[in-house]
Design a protein around this ligand. Sequence first.
Ligand SMILES: [Cu+2]
Length: 177
Amino acid sequence: MLLAAGECPFSRREVISKVTVMIDAPITIKPFSLRIMVVGGLIVFGLGFFSARYGIDFTSANAGPGNPPSQLSPQTLRADANPARLAAGTVPDANAPALVHVVIRNMKFDPAAVELKRGDVVEWKNEDITPHTATSASFDSASIDPDKSWRHTFSASGSFSYGCTFHPDMKAVVTVK
Ligand SMILES: [Cu+2]
């Protein structure tokens, strides 16, 4: 049988019956189960929407009225972004101990004189290629290797002259008010 372009070898009736069989055969959803799927899908969607929108946690662990919201809920994220809480974390406390840095570089303490208040901490960082110490009558770092540091808390007021036991020329002072 010869066919012209675009002509179908099946009659119209044959095509309709084949397509109908293709549509009808594998899909056997009853109206009842289809309704359940639609309603169930809407409920799941609704719960998910309200959970995301209002931070409602439907899990049993957090269902109690007194329980705090879970860590990842939007409520927690909003609370963390609260400006007052952020400000409280960034405003420095005048009474908090300060960390004062002294760099040991080119055989010198830099700065050679630091002034702090009682309770402050001084950190000596050795940026030379040889070991140094920060040693006084009341504190002694022992050897601080290159790229290492050592900290000391000054709890008493006074003037503390110190130096490096390896290099007697290296002298500096810490004054505690
Ligand atoms: Cu030294």
